[in-house]
Design a protein around this ligand. Structure first.
Ligand code: GLN
Length: 258
């Protein structure tokens, strides 16, 4: 089995938090055939910590312009925002220090399309089942907007990182003669979704027996991708495997096509 904890973006060579190298299988070999679905769009990627470079590369491979976001004013002329994988507590702290947290909340409330992967899913969640606390005992904060409860590191620790194939709803645009190919998903200390509110659509689940430590699933399928209105979140990292279709789905959401 390939060692997921060492995942590395095949295109840029950069790696998500705690990862160093990815030699795993790729569903859609990486960003080779570029598409133009995103052309004319500016997509911001929160560039405080984590694997923002991989997301910028993914949206550019889909024909959009990817813009790293570090200042509040940079949020004003984007069509959508991606919150990358990384460490949600660090991104939360930095977003507050850089005075980005409230502007991001306002943009979410006013309908900006946002996609969060892994730590980004945590930061979009209204509730965290097991929030980390800082030295003063204050729980980590999220931007919120997505009516879900997530559990951090739910599939286990770094060494329990795993890869699996998922049936993923909403990718019909990519269907070939044999239908929609599964999404090859890489989980690196990812969260799962424990509660979805009304209006939240479940796009993908990990079936029992598919995670590295199956006992952590307690025999239940666990929700790992959701959409609510213009918000999209995945527990896994399509940006490290060259899987473009999740970013394409997000772009189609921005375009109002789906
Ligand atoms: N466990 C991390 C967190 O809580 C997320 C890991 C990731 O983004 N790969 O933020």
């Amino acid at each position: 089995m390939n060692l997921v904890p060492q995942a590395r973006c095949p295109a840029t060579g950069a790696h998500p938090a705690g990862a160093a190298h990815y030699d795993g299988r790729m569903t859609n070999p990486p960003f080779e055939a570029s598409s133009s679905v995103g052309s004319g769009l500016r997509i911001g990627v929160l560039a405080l910590q984590g694997d923002f470079r991989e997301h910028i590369h993914a949206v550019e491979a889909a024909g959009a312009t990817g813009v790293g976001i570090r200042r509040p004013a940079e949020l004003d002329d984007i069509d959508g925002l991606i919150i990358p994988g990384g460490e949600s507590t660090t991104i939360d702290k930095l977003a507050r220090v850089f005075e980005l947290a409230d502007p991001i909340r306002k943009q979410i409330a006013s309908g900006l399309p946002v996609y969060g992967s892994c730590a980004g899913m945590i930061l979009l969640a209204e509730d965290i089942a097991d929030p980390a606390t800082d030295l003063a005992g204050n729980p980590q904060q999220t931007f919120g907007g997505l009516d879900i409860t997530v559990r951090r590191n739910a599939f286990g620790r770094q060494r329990e990182s795993f890869e699996t194939d998922l049936d993923f709803k909403g990718l019909e645009f990519s269907a070939g003669e044999s239908g929609v190919d599964p999404v090859h998903a890489v989980f690196i200390r990812g969260p799962w979704v424990e509660r979805v509110g009304p209006g939240v659509e479940i796009l993908a689940q990990v079936e029992p027996g598919k995670a590295a430590h199956t006992d952590t699933l307690h025999g239940l399928a666990r929700i790992v991708a959701v959409r609510s209105g213009r918000l999209l979140a995945t527990s896994f990292h399509p940006e490290v495997t060259g899987e473009k279709r999740v970013h394409e789905l997000f772009i189609r959401m921005i375009r109002g096509e789906v």
